[in-house]
Design a protein around this ligand. Structure first.
Ligand SMILES: [Fe+2]
Length: 283
């Protein structure tokens, strides 16, 4: 989500979408997907929310190879009215929000190389599709993603994108949830990463704090390493309700007068599940 070009690159439509060109994937591309898939599928049960695994199943994502976006969209459309569309890379905020508001998830179509299984500069199709798409089959999470897109369009008009982007970061990308008294994963940035799927739940280093919308919009985040703090929601219903019912305009105005919090900050009013040692990032 960065302003990189004012206009779509050549070959892309006005809304920045491009054909996935599924037949162009090589056996090596499909092989990379299969390796990543097998590794995550073996590790995630018991760690990820069951809704994620149900989504994989329902969308037939267990089928080998890079998924065909058209097939995926057809199943998703029947279930929650969402589609998956390909884009050439990062798109401008406005374009991104507009797609979400219209229940279209934009995904990169390229896939990392076998030498890069754990390293990524830009989100590829494994992150975007394996990480994000299964939960779009969940009706409540699907509504949350649309509400986020609509909120993004409003935030853009109010100059508050940076604040709202933190909500996306700490929920859609790096969110944890408490179910039956246990912490579980649901953020796409975590579930598409082998290392972070373990770190986010088991490592003593990061903080795990109760979700608080206002607090979270003040909190900086790391883009160069695993997170120093994870925020834990009580349910997808609660996340959706807070996002829809909060009047963000006065909140943005109020936050203009407050300082940002460091990514590892812990406040007296935080609901602390785990107070992290922050060992991983210690100098
Ligand atoms: Fe993502």
């Amino acid at each position: 989500m960065a302003h990189i070009h004012a206009r779509p690159p050549e070959g892309a439509a006005a809304d920045w979408t491009i054909p996935q060109d599924w037949s162009a994937y090589t056996p090596q591309d499909h092989g990379v997907w299969d390796r990543l898939f097998a590794r995550q599928a073996a590790m995630l049960p018991g760690r990820v929310v069951p809704e994620f695994l149900e989504g994989l199943d329902m969308l037939r994502m267990t089928k080998p190879g890079v998924p065909d976006f058209e097939e995926l969209s057809e199943r998703l459309m029947r279930r929650t009215g969402w589609q998956v569309v390909a884009v050439p890379g990062l798109v401008p905020d406005r374009v991104f929000f507009k797609h979400l508001a219209n229940r279209r998830f934009v995904a990169g179509r390229f896939i990392r190389t076998p030498e890069q299984l754990d390293y990524l500069e830009e989100p590829d199709v494994f992150h975007d599709v394996f990480g994000h798409v299964p939960l779009l089959a969940h009706p409540v999470f699907a509504d949350y993603m649309q509400a986020y897109g609509e909120g993004g369009l409003r935030a853009e008009r109010m100059g508050a994108i940076e604040r709202l982007a933190r909500l996306y970061w700490y929920t859609v990308e790096f969110g944890l949830i408490r179910q039956d008294g246990e912490l579980r994963l649901y953020g796409a940035g975590i579930v598409s990463s082998h290392g972070e799927s373990i770190f986010a739940l088991d490592d003593p280093s990061p903080n795990r704090l109760g979700f608080d919308l206002r607090r979270l919009m003040r909190t900086q985040y790391r883009i160069d390493d695993y997170q120093q703090s994870y925020f834990v929601i009580d349910s997808f219903e609660d996340l959706l309700r807070q996002t829809v019912e909060t009047d963000f305009a006065p909140l943005y105005r109020e936050l203009e007068g407050t300082d940002d919090l460091e990514a590892d900050a812990v406040l007296p009013e935080d609901r602390v599940y785990t107070l992290g040692t922050q060992e991983r990032t210690a100098p």
